[in-house]
Write a protein that binds this ligand. Structure first.
Ligand SMILES: [Zn+2]
Length: 209
């Protein structure tokens, strides 16, 4: 029997009506941004889903800060593969290996499985990659409806302006812990969400299981 794959781009209608959004955080090439994210989450109780890449050392370096947040479910961990290679360039076996290696790494750090949620690096996927991931237990792919403005040449003001355009009720929005700007604006992003009547939930909060 073939496992079926669900593609998630927004939260369910009831969550949207309640003003819920999913603030998600990907990758982790900047270790200081990872550390600041953990401090921010602990201080504010913000519910988020992270898609960490295990080969980036910042997650291991700051793993202890996340442990209680992951254990309580305030921070959900989804799989984003071990080395952030686009799935459509990999064989079925390599796809499973990338997911399983990343899973083993974060289960080792925090004791909680990422299954069945994952996000394909940079987005590329097709029926073959869906089937390969599903065969190993990752049947829910968390795509997105919005993307914060970030990059090596982008600063805090651009990032914050994008909060207002990307977050709407039910939105699934991606930020990254790859650039310095995110370190500074975490409290301001939360303030803007609150002012707009929005509250972040985890993907599990909204979809269960
Ligand atoms: Zn990514």
């Amino acid at each position: 029997m073939t496992e079926t794959t669900t593609l998630i781009r927004t939260l369910p209608d009831d969550a949207a009506r309640a003003g819920s959004v999913a603030w998600t955080i990907d990758d982790g090439t900047n270790a200081e941004s990872i550390r600041r994210l953990a401090l921010f989450a602990a201080e504010t109780g913000t519910r988020m889903t992270i898609f960490p890449v295990g080969s980036y050392p910042g997650w291991t370096e700051h793993a202890e800060l996340f442990a209680p947040l992951v254990e309580s479910g305030q921070i959900q961990v989804g799989n984003h593969t071990w080395s952030h290679t686009e799935l459509t360039t990999l064989t079925d076996e390599q796809i499973v290996d990338e997911l399983e290696r990343n899973e083993a790494h974060f289960v080792g750090l925090w004791g909680v499985s990422t299954k069945p949620y994952f996000r394909p690096p940079n987005g590329p996927r097709d029926e073959r990659t869906d089937a390969a991931a599903a065969s190993a237990g990752w049947t829910r792919q968390v795509m997105w409806s919005g993307l914060l403005a970030e990059g090596p040449a982008k600063g805090a003001q651009e990032l914050l302006a994008s909060v207002d355009t990307e977050f709407a009720p039910g939105a699934v929005v991606i930020g990254h812990v790859n650039y310095e700007a995110m370190q500074e604006v975490l409290p301001d992003v939360l303030a803007r969400l609150t002012a707009a009547g929005l509250a972040s939930v985890t993907i599990r909060d909204a979809f269960g299981a």
